[in-house]
Design a protein around this ligand. Structure first.
Ligand SMILES: [Zn+2]
Length: 87
């Protein structure tokens, strides 16, 4: 994850796989709940999205993006970032 962090992309709502990311994360959080961390967000990004769609995601840039729009943990990404039409 750190190795390619500088060259990876900022994963945002405009990425073509964003809806898939939200669907997977949503499913995980509805089953497991949120422990106020980015554990499930990171698993979704780096296990389900990145290898499957052959993209390189910058963890630093992406977490900054989530925080900027009020996503300070897995459930807040779903509440505040996932469906806000203004982002
Ligand atoms: Zn949460």
């Amino acid at each position: 994850m750190k190795r390619k962090d500088r060259t990876g992309i900022m994963f945002t709502r405009s990425h073509s796989t964003w809806n898939k990311f939200v669907a997977i994360l949503s499913d995980k959080i509805s089953r497991k709940g949120c422990d106020h961390s980015y554990v499930e967000t990171r698993k979704t990004l780096y296990v389900h999205i990145e290898p499957k769609y052959d993209i390189s995601i910058s963890d630093t840039k992406t977490m900054e993006y989530f925080k900027k729009y009020g996503g300070y943990c897995d459930c807040e990404i779903l509440f505040n970032v996932a469906h806000d039409p203004n982002i």
